[in-house]
Design a protein around this ligand. Sequence first.
Ligand code: ZN
Ligand code: ZN
Length: 355
Amino acid sequence: MCSQATGSQEKQSEPKSHPSGRAQAAGARAAGAARGPVFPVSDHCDGRVFFNTPTHINRTWLEVLRWKRSARPGPWPKWVHVEQQAPVPAPGGGAVALTWINHSTFLLQGEFGALLTDPHFSRRAGPLGLLGPVRVHAPGVAFEQLPHIDTVLLSHDHYDHCDLASLRRLARRDDPLVVTPLGNGALVRRAGLRRVVELDWWEEAPELTGGLRVTCTPARHWSNRVRGPRNGRLWGGFYLKTPSRRIYFSGDTGYHESLFSTIRSRLGGPDLAMLPIGAYEPRWFMQPQHCSPEEAVRIHCEVGAARSVAMHWGCWQLADEGREEAPELLEQELARCGLAREAFQAIKPGESLVV
Ligand code: ZN
Ligand code: ZN
């Protein structure tokens, strides 16, 4: 979980602010050198700890306290009724059907079979199913209604994305292949999933069924759970290429001026992007890790998406904005930029579209 997981981090050492990725790299390199690297050393990893470049901000406990003391959360209902849907039939002819289930969970169907992003069907987004915020709407598609899932894309270890209970259910029922950034494999295997591909940023998985190619893309975020080292598992997004479609799932990310144009120049503008619009207030705290709806529109433009769908809002209250503020701001920003509403839609849970 992105913001409120902070309450579950007491067992971790005190988080520190790092003014630059270089400074963090130097410090962590010194600490990691004695034990030897576990991951490839790169511009975002010292061998053991991952970081964003050129700057990586770890919030201090003082900052968390400052946020919580001054927080004036906007309104969130206790429950929002959602009409659960049966998944649409898998399309043919190279098309891809997308269904939003909740938060960052999407069902994608195409000639590659059925795929889920960050599958989360549990009540709470937190450790042990006992802590963390409670969902305010049912999944748009019930777990039991899902088609056989061939592939899971897991973007990072936060509790609102990596739900071990949902992964366990999928492992037992469908035994899917999981594609995830470096360092998440052991966590995923704990849920009983046997087939796991771990990728570094810009690395591509071996070709999947239906000619699906999956590349892990950089994101500006971080990672942490109750157990395991802070930033010891990589976070990221995924860029999917089928023989006829390009689809981008950003994962959780803050905005950065060159990141998304780089993704576009290396992989091409996607036919469809899934971009986060929620958990962005207060900006002074959230900006390095979560984009606002205005920034999401910039990402949509800079990554060159033909159309985008909003995610990471409406299910769990993770930050201070009210539940309806994110889609409202998204609409205002589209109008301000002269973009059609259809260019970047906040669809309902259970709603589908075909590209
Ligand atoms: Zn998140
Ligand atoms: Zn996160």
